[in-house]
Write a protein that binds this ligand. Structure first.
Ligand SMILES: CC(C)(COP(=O)([O-])OP(=O)([O-])OC[C@H]1O[C@@H](n2cnc3c(N)ncnc32)[C@H](O)[C@@H]1OP(=O)([O-])[O-])[C@@H](O)C(=O)NCCC(=O)NCCSC(=O)C[C@@](C)(O)CC(=O)[O-]
Ligand SMILES: NC(=O)C1=CN([C@@H]2O[C@H](COP(=O)(O)OP(=O)(O)OC[C@H]3O[C@@H](n4cnc5c(N)ncnc54)[C@H](OP(=O)(O)O)[C@@H]3O)[C@@H](O)[C@H]2O)C=CC1
Length: 529
């Protein structure tokens, strides 16, 4: 008989008993089982020794209850010995609360045949954890065993990290290696944002209390003033490899070759072979001694495009070697691209989608919804967002909090969150219009890097947020249309966020509002005591 299997069954019965009847901490259920065992044993002994009322079938009500208590407590306690390390609950209950720290947690779904050996191999290091998916052919099981191995290796559980509810198959080869669970983030919705004649309900994943409320207020002010309008100036993703040549002269020859208009069609044909959607637009080079940086830009349909542009550039590098065999490819990315770093090249040339979004906010709306005046807002913008940022030596940071909105929207919709660095570059402009009665506000964002296909957009929750905005996937026959629309929504939401935060600063409301929405009264009271 397979004792482990029997032990597993008993443990399952114990879990069922505990879950069904006693949603209590395990030390309490253990105590109750012990008390039940002792009392039912005493009662059984007494019943057996009672000559006047011998124990016989069918059992009476009290005898039956005693036998059931005896059996249940024996099964429960046996299971503790069958699985001495059996943990309590590792799955998270969706509330994000961790179970009592003293209790080890069971593996989600429990142990199956062979699991114990696999976990032991990972723990001992004989089986690399990242081989689990290919070895087992079951992504969920692989994540479950990795999680258990992690618990045993570190001696620490990850009880608060949810496991159930993630499609582990969907992230394989696309989103994340060696998964053990996922992190919960609340998603709030701001809006409707009235933009280009459409209403959008904007999903924002954030833990900064007050942020959604702020964007919501901005949306309200925009809608009450007739809406915002956007214009997309440019759509181009870039990748810039670094190559070394024997001399600066030779590097300059390569620069001249790739930038020469007659060669563009040749290079584009090589680049475009790598994708049905990526199309080479431009090549712009810079030299540093004998090193050459070639910034290739292209459209990428509805994808953000980093993989696509990198593939195309690799094709070109291979092709260039025919004419420049002395070219040494240092790296397919030479940082002149520039991905996930603050850089003037993106601020000036743009990267991804370059968008301007504007609105005229009525003076009465500035008063009633934003609780300030047009003059105060204009003055604040000059002193804070323009002069203040200049003094700080900002690079594309001429705004109040564009990155707040960009990051929350990026996470909600499955964008690459690291690209918030350049995607948040923004200059916010405010001026009076209509004889000083109303406010003209605009945000100019040259590098919004978004996609509605690829990366994290395939995951269920992120796809749901894209769907909410009406930009999930691509529109048949119009590649790129959804991604462009998403970029304008990002800019429109930033416009709303800028309006509201600037208003809160102008009216001295910022700290008070954050005490209300960003620091709960419970925490505030705790800190004060
Ligand atoms: C919090 C508010 C909006 C209150 O603003 P308020 O004017 O007192 O709110 P109200 O109760 O009068 O309501 C006005 C409208 O605001 C919205 N609103 C109001 N409350 C909510 C709520 N709970 N949930 C959703 N929406 C809300 C809603 O649209 C409402 O209209 P209604 O629908 O009621 O007709 C305002 O004080 C505010 O915007 N504060 C600024 C907060 C902010 O922007 N924080 C961002 C982070 S700051 C930071 O991280 C960056 C920083 C500051 O360091 C950057 C820098 O250097 O500048
Ligand atoms: N490689 C790198 O250097 C970097 C990669 N990344 C990561 O890259 C990923 C995003 O890369 P990205 O290239 O955007 O996405 P993908 O690598 O997922 O490429 C998009 C895929 O979707 C296909 N596709 C189908 N329909 C469309 C359509 N309408 N428009 C565009 N493509 C379509 C493309 O086809 P086809 O094959 O014909 O092109 C391609 O295979 C993210 O996970 C990001 O984090 C981030 C930064 C750097």
């Amino acid at each position: 008989m397979d004792l482990r299997r029997v032990g597993g069954r008993i443990a399952a019965v114990r879990r069922a008993l505990t879950a069904a009847a006693l949603p209590l901490p395990m030390r309490i259920t253990n105590g109750l089982a012990m008390v039940s065992l002792v009392l039912s044993s005493c009662d059984l002994l007494r019943l057996c020794s009672d000559r006047e009322r011998p124990l016989r079938f069918p059992l009476g009500g009290r005898e039956f209850a005693t036998v059931v208590c005896q059996l249940a407590s024996v099964v429960y306690l046996l299971s503790l010995f069958a699985h001495p390390e059996a943990p309590a609950s590792d799955e998270g209950d969706g509330s994000g609360r961790a179970p009592a720290a003293a209790e080890p947690a069971p593996m989600p779904g429990g142990m199956e045949d062979g699991d114990e050996e696999t976990v032991a191999a990972v723990v001992s290091g004989t089986l690399p954890s990242h081989h689990l998916e290919s070895l087992l052919g079951d992504c969920r099981r692989a994540a479950r065993l990795r999680r258990e191995a992690l618990r045993r290796v570190t001696g620490r559980g990850v009880e608060g990290l949810p496991f159930e509810g993630m499609d582990y198959q969907a992230i394989l080869g696309q989103c994340c290696e060696m998964p053990v669970g996922y992190v919960q983030l609340p998603v709030g919705v701001a809006g409707p944002l009235l933009l280009d004649g459409h209403e959008y309900h904007v999903p924002m994943a954030t833990t900064e209390g007050c942020l959604v409320a702020s964007v919501n207020r901005g949306c309200r002010a925009i809608a009450a003033s007739g809406g915002a309008m956007s214009v997309l100036l440019r759509d181009s993703m870039s990748r810039a490899p670094a190559v070394k040549l024997p001399s600066a002269k030779r590097a300059a020859e390569l620069k001249e070759f790739v930038e020469a208009p007659p060669n563009f069609e040749l290079l584009a044909a090589v680049f475009n072979r790598s994708s049905r959607f990526a199309r080479l637009q431009d090549i712009h080079c810079a030299l540093a001694g004998r090193n050459l940086y070639m910034r290739f830009t292209c459209i990428t349909g509805d994808a953000m495009g980093m993989n696509m542009v990198s593939k195309g550039v690799e094709n070109i590098l291979g092709w260039l070697r025919n004419d420049f065999p002395d070219m040494d490819v240092i790296s397919v990315s030479g940082n002149y691209c520039s991905d996930k770093k603050t850089a003037a090249v993106n601020w000036i040339e743009g990267r991804g989608k370059s968008v301007v979004c504007e609105a005229i906010i009525k003076g009465e709306v500035v008063h009633s919804i934003l609780k300030t005046t047009v003059e105060k807002l204009v003055e604040l913008n000059v002193i804070k967002n323009l002069a203040g940022s200049a003094i700080a030596g900002a690079l594309g940071g001429f705004n109040a909090h564009a990155s707040n909105i960009v990051t929350a929207l990026f996470i909600a919709t499955g964008q690459d969150p690291a690209q918030n660095v350049e995607s948040s570059q923004c200059i916010t402009m405010l001026e009076t219009v209509n004889d000083g009665d109303d406010l003209h506000i605009s945000v100019t964002m040259p590098s919004i890097e978004v996609g509605t296909i690829g990366g994290g957009t395939c995951l269920a929750s992120q796809a749901a947020c894209l769907n909410l905005l009406g930009v999930k996937g691509s529109i048949h026959g119009s590649p790129g249309a959804n991604a462009k629309r998403l970029a304008t929504i990002v800019a429109g939401s930033v416009l709303a966020g800028e309006l509201s935060l600037l208003a809160a600063l102008a009216s001295g409301q910022l700290v008070k509002s954050h005490m209300k929405y960003n620091r709960s009264s419970k925490d505030a009271a705790k800190a004060a005591s």
